[in-house]
Write a protein that binds this ligand. Structure first.
Ligand SMILES: NC(=O)c1ccc[n+]([C@@H]2O[C@H](COP(=O)([O-])OP(=O)(O)OC[C@H]3O[C@@H](n4cnc5c(N)ncnc54)[C@H](O)[C@@H]3O)[C@@H](O)[C@H]2O)c1
Ligand SMILES: [Zn+2]
Length: 390
């Protein structure tokens, strides 16, 4: 798919530095990347993964580590958001203790964002903090969740309510692993990529638009989006996008870490820009009970709503909103809610949003593709209007 040699991106986070290595066929030589970064750690380590990913790549990673003297244990958890709990994190820690892992040990998170978040949380609390290596296997995890150090689990009261900021020591992105990713999972990664383009990179937006061509099909209701292997999309992508997937992932890592570096603990307002499209997106996820709709699909709808609000409150041109809708559409992402969707639940979820309880609304708007800012001018009515148009 890609003959480019691996790229090493140096990431600054707080007082720490770490590397993200992006390339093809990295899993065959994972030990060569891990060994220098983890010198002085081990030999025992845990590979936390989910059962789908374990089946695909678990043995290969375990084998690579064993050949250089590490003693890995593989800890698979059931796939999906329902595994991201404190109980599951506790069970993982128990297995690590039983296997004799200690303060010198390290944790590898091999999987999508669910695995990345819970394995990072385990690494943050085990022996008060041991190193975490992220090996993301979904596009969303590569371009978003593996970067920035946010780790955590859900509670029955909401998503990501317990957590810690614990940056990884190393991130390894092997683009080849995306070949087995279901198409719908692959496409949802583009919601975050398009979000990055809107808030920070007009050039990337233009390249994606020029290369993506006409929409693949008419917008289909989410329920009928069928899951099929993504290889077709993967093969087509470099052609359509005009630049390799590897380069695209690299650019998105760069955008995310640079925003995070300015505001590691989410206090200055800079990191909040990454929430573009997420206020309405999260409310849609909640209204769908985190089941019928993937995170990226909800964010796609949230981006459309945020663009509608931006037209009213930040001077975004209608043509730019239309271009955003078209681009999302061309990656088979939803831009309209299905007819029978329970819209009133979205409004309920918005009312319960932590950000709104104190009466002040901080909403991320874009005045022009490539830039974004927090606005306190947006009212609940503006948001309701935008949801009504979805
Ligand atoms: N920490 C952050 O900053 C951050 C940011 C965004 C999202 N997240 C979190 O990320 C999670 C969503 O992540 P996700 O979308 O990657 O979902 P996920 O981890 O559930 O993975 C999606 C599905 O794809 C499967 N899969 C993973 N890699 C595969 C591969 N290479 N081939 C075939 N199947 C594969 C998984 O088994 C799973 O069924 C959410 O919990 C969200 O809260 C965190
Ligand atoms: Zn997101």
């Amino acid at each position: 798919m890609n003959n480019k040699s691996p790229t090493v991106i140096k990431i600054r986070a707080g007082g720490q530095h770490y590397k993200a290595v992006v390339g093809a066929n990295l899993f065959g030589k994972v030990q060569a990347t891990i060994s220098p970064a983890l010198a002085g750690h081990g030999p025992r380590c845990a590979i936390i993964t989910d059962s789908n990913v374990a089946r695909l790549f678990g043995d290969r990673i375990k084998q690579s580590l064993t050949t250089v003297g590490f003693e890995p244990i593989l800890i698979p958890i059931p796939p999906g958001e329902r595994s991201k709990t404190l109980v599951q994190a506790g069970a993982i820690c128990d297995q690590m203790i039983a296997a004799g892992l200690d303060r010198q040990s390290f944790v590898i998170g091999l999987g999508g964002g669910v695995v990345g978040d819970i394995s990072g949380f385990v690494a943050a609390i085990f022996e008060r903090g041991i190193p975490h290596v992220q090996i993301p296997t979904t596009l969303l995890a590569m371009v978003d969740s593996s970067i920035g150090g946010k780790t955590g689990v859900n509670t029955s009261a909401g998503k990501n309510l317990l957590g810690a900021v614990h940056h990884p020591l190393l991130v390894i992105d092997d683009v080849d692993v995306l070949k087995s990713l279901p198409r719908r999972e692959f496409n949802q990664g583009f919601a975050e990529i398009i979000k990055h383009a809107i808030i920070a990179d007009a050039g990337m937006f233009k390249k994606l638009t020029q290369a993506s061509g006409p929409p693949i099909g008419r917008t289909r209701p989410m329920a009928s989006l069928h899951i099929k292997n993504s290889s077709e999309a993967l093969i087509r992508l470099p052609l359509r996008a005009g630049f390799a997937l590897q380069r695209l992932i690299e650019r998105n890592i760069e955008i995310k870490w640079k925003i995070v570096a300015k505001d590691e603990f989410d206090q200055a307002g800079e990191r909040a820009l990454l929430n573009f499209g997420h206020t309405v997106g999260h409310a849609i996820e909640a209204a769908a009970y985190y089941r019928e709709i993937l995170h990226g699909e909800a964010v796609s709808l949230g981006i459309v709503a945020a663009c509608t609000v931006s037209m009213k409150k930040a001077g975004l041109q209608k043509e730019q909103r239309d271009a955003v809708v078209e681009l999302l559409h061309s990656f088979e992402l939803p831009t309209r809610l299905p007819k029978n969707f329970r819209r009133e639940k979205i409004l309920d979820a918005l009312r319960f949003d932590k950000k709104f309880n104190r009466g002040e609304i901080r909403f991320v708007v874009t005045p022009k593709i490539g830039s974004a800012h927090l606005s306190s001018e947006v009212t609940m009515e503006d948001i309701h209007e935008a949801v009504a148009q979805l």
